[in-house]
Design a binder for this molecule. Sequence first.
Ligand SMILES: C=C(OP(=O)(O)O)C(=O)O
Ligand SMILES: [Mg+2]
Length: 574
Amino acid sequence: MTKQLKGIAASDGIAIAKAYRLVEPDLSYKKTTVTDIDGETKRFEDAISKSNDELQIIRAKAKESLGEDEAQVFDAHMMILADPEFTGAVKSKISDEKVNAEAALSEVSEHFISMFEAMTDNAYMQERAADVRDVTKRIMSHLLGKELPNPALIDQEVIIVAKDLTPSDTAQLNKKYVKAFVTDLGGRTAHSAIMARSLEIPAIVGSETITAEAKEDEELIVDGISGDIILDPTAAQVAEYKQKAADFAKQKAEWNKLKNEASVTADGKHYTVAANIGTPKDLTGVLDNGAEAIGLYRTEFLYMDSAELPTEDDQFEAYKAVIEGMNGKPVVIRTMDIGGDKHLPYLPLPEEMNPFLGYRAIRISLDRQEIFRTQLRALLRASNYGKLRIMFPMIGTLPEFRQAKAIFEEEKSKMVAAGKPVSDDIQLGMMMEVPAAAILADQFAKEVDFFSIGTNDLIQYTMAADRGNEHVSYLYQPYNPSILRLVKKIIDSAHHEGKWAGMCGEAAGDPIMVPLLLGMGLDEYSMSATSVLKVRSLMKRLSTADMKALSDKAVNELTTNDDVADMVKKATNQ
Ligand SMILES: C=C(OP(=O)(O)O)C(=O)O
Ligand SMILES: [Mg+2]
């Protein structure tokens, strides 16, 4: 029966397709004593063989749809299945302790996982722990007669339904078949949502109940513009949404005409509308949407896509591809921002009560300097291919910025001394996303070349509201005058020192925020590539003098997020 749900619209567009439940089955079991040792061993061997067959197919499919690199992870899984040390230990446990295969498997696997995880100085072995965990799940599913979801096997158009998607789950989605996704959890600025926007697939997060409501293969309509989800729609609803999808495509075609134009306001002021990227592959979207710069390259995805720490050469190639691909247009590359909701299997981080307030970003880089220095060397080498700007994430204090800068200067001097070419036009800036730094923006502005405001984090830290938690999403208020005052302070401070200020948080592409930012004189607006043309079209009809009056009123007189939103909507006909 037709049913309607509402979630948080996270990526534009409309999709109509069948649900694919990316939901793990319950793999719990009871430990029992067995008498038929041979029978139990055979059951384990059968599960191994079925897992192996399944992995062969998955590997082949993954290679076809995602490429050889993505497929290689499954080789590691098959190696574990073929490892007599692992399988032998399970069989011995079955026969020596007379326990069922499930219990033997789980105990042996736990033993291997903790052994690998303890090798903190060997990233390669640490990464094996994640592989053992994955393979164990697969074998267990066969022992219990349950089916694991295998997204790599998807070969028809689907809408993914999941409790939550990690950024690495999202990276594995094949755009050819995955037409949209809907999750129970998450907020608009969670990284999976950001990635959906760069993949240009509609997405709705924070629906709370989609996994409980949607059945496998049930037809769904996902409206990523409004956040509406329709389960088992009527023919009339399907027709209505096909029309909406067509209207959306038409609107996009209209914006597309602005692709080769500059971003100029009605009163003739020029601003930079830039794009955010996660990998060099996103460059196509940046060029297709006519962005004037890259305002944020989130390099952590390079680390997340790799099975081990990427080498200096790997990184150099990626950075060079992006810088060269932009053909002289500025490229802001941010050093690694791991931690929070972004993890590396081969770099286990401490268990933390509050990962977003913990060991993250520049805090890791300054602590694990070998990782940081490798990245800086790769960036320095790539600087010769265009206009590179480097920024550091999560800077909270001036000493942090100074230390990061000193390390950069040290690596640069070493390269110059070794006779290697390095650009003499690299700007060094920082993300403004920690309130403590924003409050002291006037002091920071004297030492940086630029600021890039990271509203995704700045809002969560200022409002004390987790950016990915749908239960507190009502507090996630980009237009709250408290946020606007910080933003204005950051922009004014940069300008006072003759520096530029950009914004690369999601708010930079928000049609309510853009008029206010124009009023405050923000120089660079960096957003999901798919928002670039929409924002350029909006700018064209706004005058900065009018917007200044609007932003002054928002900052000085209004008191709530909603009041600001209402005022801007009215004043700009939105
Ligand atoms: C752009 C930002 O960084 P990230 O979303 O990667 O945390 C931000 O915090 O606004
Ligand atoms: Mg951030």
